[in-house]
Design a binder for this molecule. Structure first.
Ligand SMILES: Nc1ncnc2c1ncn2[C@@H]1O[C@H](COP(=O)(O)OP(=O)(O)OP(=O)(O)O)[C@@H](O)[C@H]1O
Length: 265
């Protein structure tokens, strides 16, 4: 990794999209997230890194209340989206997840056509009036996910018939179709080959023009390639958070240094 390239890749400070205040997560007796405070910027890619089991996915799932579906999971503290607490009783988690979309580790298209995979969200959220408006939403989402040219002639074919990398870009199109403001990605490339990984990484860089993107990754190279901010978690603590170049070349905490130099993890 080229230190200078990383240090030179400065980013402007953007508006804060998500702010976590004193967030704690327990699964029964397991204290998975310990008093985490962090500000996630808009139009920025933030990478969550850290050893297995440190709480990266748990914290990611807090940001669109995916943990609500896990009975043993208890979340406390506040997570604010544009200043509004997403755990407020008045917030509908289904509406929230349209605003804060998620892409999972394994591509998981619905057993439906390519078109219907992307149209699903706009349909349940009533985001269009006419069929031609829906067609446009589907095309725009597929273009944003850099897969339109590969699927435009077979929109009625099943999504599950695409290659792994294409399926993952279809899932990104599905998430993008509800016009989210934040895109959460939990190891989105771990099931992909190097070419598909490179395509998705390029796409992540484009998506940040329109969204705040948060990505969990086991690959420090990937974090360095795609993100402008990096958060290092260790045993449920957010140990270090800052500009990616600085976290990788000049870590402030000995635990971060040990991890990035391969001594822990
Ligand atoms: N559904 C669950 N039920 C009980 N404990 C859980 C559950 N999910 C996660 N945990 C525990 O919470 C802690 C954090 O797990 P989490 O999956 O968030 O870590 P991670 O950093 O994403 O790990 P990995 O990199 O291996 O995916 C671990 O101790 C894990 O065993």
């Amino acid at each position: 990794m080229n230190d200078m390239t990383l240090l030179e890749r400065k980013v402007e400070t953007q508006d804060i999209k998500i702010e976590a205040r004193n967030v704690q997560v327990h699964y029964g007796n397991t204290h998975a997230i310990k008093d985490v405070n962090v500000k996630i910027e808009d139009k920025t890619v933030t990478a969550f890194i850290g050893p297995s089991g440190c709480g990266k996915s748990t914290f990611l799932r807090c940001m669109n209340r995916m943990n609500d579906t896990i009975q043993a999971c208890k979340v406390s503290g506040n997570i604010l989206l544009d200043g509004e607490d997403i755990y407020d009783k008045r917030v509908d988690p289904v509406q929230l997840r349209a605003k804060v979309g998620m892409v999972f580790q394994k591509p998981n298209p619905f057993p439906k056509s390519i078109y219907d995979n992307v149209a699903y969200g706009p349909k349940i959220h009533g985001l269009y009036n006419t069929k031609s408006e829906l067609d446009e939403i589907v095309e725009t989402a597929l273009r944003r996910a850099a897969i339109w040219d590969e699927v435009k002639d077979r929109l009625n074919a099943p999504g599950t018939g695409l290659s792994g990398g294409q399926q993952q870009r279809l899932c990104i199109a599905r998430a993008v179709a509800t016009a989210p403001e934040v895109l959460l990605m939990d190891e989105p490339c771990s099931a992909l080959d190097p070419i598909a990984t490179a395509q998705v990484e390029e796409l992540i860089d484009e998506l940040r023009q329109g969204f705040s993107v948060v990505i969990v990754t086991h690959s420090m190279q990937q974090a360095a390639r795609v993100s402008q901010r990096t958060a290092f978690f260790h045993l449920g603590n957010l140990v270090e958070f800052g500009e990616t170049g600085h976290v990788f070349t000049n870590p402030q905490d000995a635990r971060t240094e040990s991890y990035i130099t391969g001594r822990i993890g």
